[in-house]
Each structure stands twice: as structure tokens, then as C-alpha cells.
Ligand binder design. Structure first.
Ligand SMILES: Cc1cc2nc3c(=O)[nH]c(=O)nc-3n(C[C@H](O)[C@H](O)[C@H](O)COP(=O)(O)O)c2cc1C
Length: 310
């Protein structure tokens, strides 16, 4: 049944995915733990945030369970861009699924150096700029200011021919302003959203559960918030929007696609049901079939309220 449908997605600059269902940064490592069969069903794998130099991440506790979600403060643990380019990318080049490297840094120069190192490396299909990590010092500085976000985006744009996705933080007053700024600065797509800053306190020990005190909240708890962010951003920009936040089921993913996302990323659910991406892909196909739709471009609904875009 699914074969007759067109579930492909165009993320710009030649990056075409066979499925709108991707796995989100930080929840799928660098793709090596998934059996081959799982990888082939994915639209793309987005890697753990990768920095110029290796990082050990934060001390434990780095994860806490919350009602309908989880808090994490991993702190960008990763082996550094050189290892990713030399050791991981050649393996990815032999996989039948695009790998998008999530890039992080403390300064514009660092992002630029990582992007330069990854440009033209076989096996890397695109870059996702994490301008929104709540779990490292200065992590949010680029994502909360439209000018900074634009500066970073255009600096990276200047050194890479890869498809450039900018991942937005919801920890802002106006996510639309940031989305417009990075679109104008040359982003091919935006992904929305990263985690919401939160915390948990251990009542018995009388101290925060996470070593860094605060962390990023993800999972079903954030879905309505993320959906609203995607709804707003999708009506404000012309580039593709990738929806992220609390997606557990095909129905959740469809809400994001109806809200205007061209694709979705699954994060926390990968810890609970590693096969979720496959189930969500199949569920979307069934829905299109049942509603007499042949492709995803027929899905988005528009807001009835009058939105004025200057
Ligand atoms: C353990 C963990 C690690 C994460 N690491 C990153 C990261 O390195 N870079 C990034 O952009 N997002 C990272 N994220 C955020 C996710 O990619 C995603 O945006 C967020 O979890 C919301 O989606 P979800 O509710 O489906 O998990 C991480 C999330 C979790 C739970």
C-alpha cells in the first residue's frame, strides 16, 4: 500500500529524504547502535551534537525522569569533529540512509571550523546547527538573539555547500523572530524545537537532581508547546520546518505535519521504543491512504486567524 504513496521530503540544496521521519540529535548516538533494518526505514539520522574538540560532558546525574518526559543535561559529550569525519563518516557513506551532523560550539569560529571540516566529506548529507543547547555554558547565546543567530548562520553558510538546518530553541520570547533571521541568513531549513529548560529537586537530599541543576525537558510533556512553536514558525518562513517535541505515535507526527512541518524528528521515544520511527512512518502512510492523499505536501492546514507578517 505504502509503495504507491510519495512520502519523500525535500530539505533543500539537494537533500531529498525517502521518509518524513528522522531521529533526533542526542537520542540515536551516531547511528551505530541501530540494527541495519531500523536505519533503512529512517528519513535520516541526526547525530549527537558534535564540537570542534572532544567533550566529556557533564558529571552525573545527567538524566532525570519526570511525569510524561525526561530532563537531560548531558553537556554535549562527543568525540570531536575530527573523529567524526575520519572514523564515522566513511562508515556512513556505505549506509543507505542520510546522516545529518548536529553541530555545536561556544563561539562562531568553532561552528565554522566544524562546518569546514565536514564540508565535502563523503557520508555526510547535511548539517544541523544546534544554536539552542541549554546544557552547556553559553549554549543558548546564539539561539535567543536574532542578530547572533543570523551572524552564526551566515558564517557557517559561507563555508559549506551542505544542506544547512538551524535548530531553534523554544526558550525565547519570540521563536518566529529567530526563525526569520536564520532564514534570511541562508538556512535551508529550520528544526523546531530543542528542549525546554526545566529542573527537578530531590526532596530527600534537598538538592537538584541534575548535577548542573537545570536541564532540558523533552518527551510528551512538551508536545503541545512544540506543536504551537512549529505552527507559528511554519506560517512565518518559506523554508522547510522540521517538527520536534514529544512525538510518540503516528497521530502525534501527523499533528506536526498538519501544523505545517514537512518532516518530524523523534527523540525521547527512541529510548522507549526503538522501532517507533518505523511505526510512525507506516502510520503516516496509512493516514494518507485513508484520506485519499498522495503526498505530504497536501497535508498542512492554515491558521484561520489573521497573521500579519511584516
Ligand atoms: C538525552 C538527550 C540528548 C540530546 N542531545 C542533543 C544534542 O546533542 N543536540 C541537539 O540539538 N539536541 C539534543 N537533544 C534534543 C532532541 O534532539 C530533541 O530536540 C528534544 O529531545 C525534543 O524532542 P523529543 O521530545 O522527541 O525528545 C537531546 C535530547 C535528549 C533527550
Amino acid at each position: 500500500m505504502a509503495e504507491r504513496l510519495d512520502l519523500t521530503v525535500d530539505l533543500g540544496r539537494g537533500l531529498r529524504l525517502r521518509s518524513p521521519v528522522l531521529v533526533a540529535s542526542g537520542t540515536f548516538g551516531y547511528g551505530f547502535d541501530a540494527p541495519q533494518v531500523d536505519r533503512i526505514a529512517l528519513g535520516a539520522i541526526v547525530t549527537k551534537g558534535t564540537t570542534l574538540r572532544p567533550r566529556e560532558g557533564n558529571a552525573p546525574n545527567r538524566i532525570a525522569e519526570t511525569p510524561s518526559g525526561m530532563l537531560n543535561a548531558i553537556g554535549l559529550q562527543n568525540p570531536g569533529v575530527d573523529h567524526v569525519a575520519r572514523v564515522y563518516a566513511p562508515v556512513w557513506a556505505s549506509w543507505n540512509v542520510p546522516v545529518i551532523v548536529n553541530v555545536a560550539g561556544d563561539a562562531i569560529d568553532e561552528y565554522v571550523a566544524v562546518a569546514e571540516r565536514l564540508d565535502s566529506v563523503p557520508g555526510i548529507a547535511g548539517l544541523e546547527l544546534n544554536i539552542s543547547c541549554p546544557n552547556v555554558a553559553n549554549g543558548l547565546q546564539f539561539g535567543v538573539d536574532p542578530d547572533q543567530a543570523a551572524k552564526l548562520t551566515s558564517a557557517v553558510r559561507a563555508v559549506t555547500r551542505l544542506t544547512l538546518i538551524v535548530k531553534l530553541t523554544p526558550n525565547v520570547t519570540d521563536v518566529v523572530a529567530i526563525a526569520r533571521a536564520v532564514e534570511d541568513a541562508g538556512a535551508d531549513a529550520v528544526s523546531a524545537i530543542n528542549t525546554y529548560v526545566g529542573m527537578a529537586i530531590d526532596v530527600r537530599r534537598r538538592r537538584p537532581v541534575l548535577s548542573r541543576e537545570s536541564g532540558g525537558l523533552s518527551g510528551p510533556a512538551i508536545k503541545p508547546l512544540a506543536l504551537h512553536a512549529v505552527w507559528q514558525v511554519a506560517q512565518a518562513v518559506r523554508i522547510p520546518v522540521i517538527g520536534i517535541g514529544g512525538i510518540m505515535t503516528p497521530g502525534d507526527a501527523l499533528e506536526f505535519l498538519l501544523a505545517g512541518a514537512v518532516a518530524v524528528q523523534l527523540g525521547t521515544v527512541n529510548y522507549i521504543r526503538p522501532q517507533a520511527a518505523h511505526e510512525v512512518h507506516e502510520g503516516i502512510a496509512v493516514y494518507l491512504q485513508e484520506h485519499g492523499l498522495r503526498n505530504l505536501r497536501e497535508l498542512p492546514i492554515r491558521s484561520a486567524s489573521v497573521l500579519t507578517h511584516a
